[in-house]
Design a protein around this ligand. Structure first.
Ligand code: NAI
Length: 343
């Protein structure tokens, strides 16, 4: 088979270090990918380009798939977030973040196996903010019937295909009766009309968060609007070892961008201590997606090999500092590559 073109955006901060570690591991596993490099974020500005250069957008339009490192959005006026920009431009309305307990990573729980599905384009991230009068500013929360139905259908289809048993919507429809009410009702309608075989549950988000930290094993798939999904993703990362171990993917009807949940971590950039695992796990999600969409078992085989390899490394205590180990970013990649070579 011919290698598949995938856009690679190393991003900013720890992005280039972890991206390099991940591509080295994928190369060692013999993955048939042709990386198409691109710039986004601060690194694009530093190169004298736009935050999201047209060349990068064209490459994603052509390849339909990208692996992305975290990007820094400069604080201040005039810059919209790179991530929000990409999600809007390509209609990447569904963010998927699997959160599972990992072998050898000791946390309070050993039974976490959740999938967070976040609506990625509406809510308070619609970017509609204004100054009503000096000293009074407002941000508008937007929910559309089309957007709410779309993510509801996407979430139930995903849960059904992956043989998950239950979807829980976390919401605040008791206060935001119109916006969260619409989100909730659309999900309930999809359940009733199309997927009565799955369990459906709703919980007010504050009480839902308490239940999550008390007993995450009671949840399966969580469906949330944009802001809640953002916050709850990091909360759930804390249940399984932190931001270094939670992957993610953003899906539209045509394009898909795979990236870790964490940001560019400027506090540890360039120190060779960042954990590349979340991006590597995102790459494994990407390989499984390629296997499904291109009907190429090669990608699923590589995904399984890489996943078995990092599970074994974690079990043996070969980890970066954030997980209690003593390996640097590059050394962790070396350890995985050694294991792939032995396997
Ligand atoms: P962050 O996720 O970058 O960092 C939060 C904390 O987690 C820091 O202490 C950091 O050192 C640690 N951390 C994050 N990833 C890690 C890893 N792989 N290994 C070890 N430790 C890790 O969040 P923060 O500081 O709020 O944001 C920094 C920048 O990242 C901002 O410019 C923000 O806009 C951007 N960002 C980008 C995202 C993306 O491109 N997908 C997502 C979230 C934030």
């Amino acid at each position: 088979m011919n290698p598949v073109d995938v856009v690679l955006l190393p991003g900013d901060g720890i992005g280039p270090e972890i991206t390099q570690a991940v591509t080295r591991v994928l190369d060692a596993a013999g993955v048939k990918i042709n990386w198409v490099p691109g710039l986004a974020g601060q690194s694009a500005l530093d190169a004298g380009q736009e935050l999201l250069p047209q060349e990068t957008m064209d490459a994603i339009s052509r390849c339909k798939i990208a692996l992305k490192g975290p990007c820094t959005t400069p604080v201040g006026k005039g810059f919209t977030s790179v991530n929000v920009g990409l999600r809007k431009a390509f209609g990447l309305y569904a963010a998927v973040r699997p959160v599972r307990s990992l072998p050898g990573v000791n946390t309070r729980y050993d039974n976490v196996d959740l999938v967070i599905i976040r609506e990625n384009t509406e809510g308070l991230y619609s970017g509609v903010e204004n100054e009503v009068t000096p000293g009074v500013v407002m941000s508008m929360k937007v929910a559309t019937q089309k957007g709410c139905e779309r993510i509801g259908r996407w979430a139930f289809r995903f849960a059904n295909r992956r043989e998950r048993r239950k979807i829980t919507v976390l919401h605040k429809a008791n206060i935001m009766k119109m916006t969260d009410g619409l989100f909730l009702n659309c999900a309930a309608d999809v359940h009733e009309n199309d997927y009565p075989n799955l369990q459906f549950e709703t919980a007010i988000i504050d009480a839902g968060c308490m239940r999550l930290v008390q007993d995450p094993g009671q949840f399966d798939v969580l469906l949330l609007e944009n802001l809640y999904g953002d916050v709850v993703s990091d909360l759930c990362a804390g249940l399984v070892g932190g931001l270094g171990v939670v992957p993610g993917a953003n899906f539209g009807d045509e394009e898909a961008i795979f990236e870790a949940v964490h940001g560019s971590a400027p506090d540890i950039a360039g120190m060779n201590i960042a954990n590349p695992l979340a991006l590597l796990m995102s790459a494994v999600m990407m390989l499984n997606y390629l296997a499904e969409t291109k009907h190429e078992p090669h990608f699923a085989e590589c995904a399984a090999r890489i996943r078995d390899t990092y599970d074994a490394a974690l079990q043996a205590g070969e980890t970066t500092k954030d997980l209690g180990g003593n390996l640097g970013t590059a050394e962790f990649a070396d350890a995985l590559i050694r294991r792939i070579g032995q396997g």
